[in-house]
Write a new protein. Structure first.
Length: 114
């Protein structure tokens, strides 16, 4: 072997004994359908079954217990009103609030030194 220590060469990983944890996680997820992995992890921790949250999340993902994400629904835009066309000059005024330099000069932001 080239530059490999004997402890690395002889390393044997510990067997995964996640069966009891997997079964209990499935049972809890079945009882509490709206609970995600963080809340289920807290419940398992109270029972003394798990210590590491990363292990809980890995098993949760492997078992396919992930909750479906809710999509945000857009609200109704409201009734659309067609504005009447101006008949004379200076009848309708508009202001662009994005590019309003007068506002910035009248009310300087904190830290805005000129």
């Amino acid at each position: 072997m080239v530059d490999v220590s004997s402890s690395v060469y002889r390393y044997r990983p510990k067997p995964d004994n996640d069966d009891t944890l997997r079964h209990r996680l499935r049972d809890l997820a079945e009882q509490r359908k709206r609970f995600g992995s963080p809340r289920l992890h807290i419940m398992l921790k109270r029972e003394g079954l798990v210590i590491n949250h990363k292990r809980t999340e890995r098993i949760y993902r492997e078992e396919g217990l992930a909750l479906r994400r809710k999509r945000r629904r857009k609200g109704a835009a409201g009734t659309r009103v067609i504005l009447p066309m101006p008949q004379q000059t200076n009848e309708r005024w508009s202001m662009d609030f994005v590019m309003d330099n007068h506002y910035r000069q009248a009310f300087p932001r904190p830290g805005d030194c000129r």
